[in-house]
Design a protein around this ligand. Structure first.
Ligand SMILES: [Zn+2]
Length: 92
């Protein structure tokens, strides 16, 4: 009978220890949720607002910028780029 009691106490101790470890493991993932906000911020910066081309007025994800004769900055899309270069505009 005494051996059975000792066995029971041992089991209870093991269960308590395992319980403590499990609680520690479940509490840890709460902190990294704050760190996970960083990829969301970088995701926002990826959304570059599309700018309209100065020549064809089409919205392009990437524009090449040139300086006009009147020192005006114009953005041209890939298709209008040769047009701007033909005019001898300075690329910025
Ligand atoms: Zn264009």
């Amino acid at each position: 009978m005494e051996f059975a009691r000792l066995y029971l106490v041992l089991i209870i101790l093991i269960v308590l220890a395992v319980g403590c470890i499990l609680v520690m493991k479940f509490q840890k993932p709460r902190k990294p949720t704050n760190v996970l906000k960083f990829p969301k911020r970088s995701g926002k910066s990826r959304q570059i607002p599309k700018q309209a081309c100065s020549y064809c007025k089409k919205k392009a994800p990437a524009l090449s910028f040139y300086s006009d004769q009147g020192n005006k900055v114009i953005g041209v899309c890939r298709e209008c780029k040769p047009q701007a270069e033909r005019l001898g505009l300075l690329r910025l």
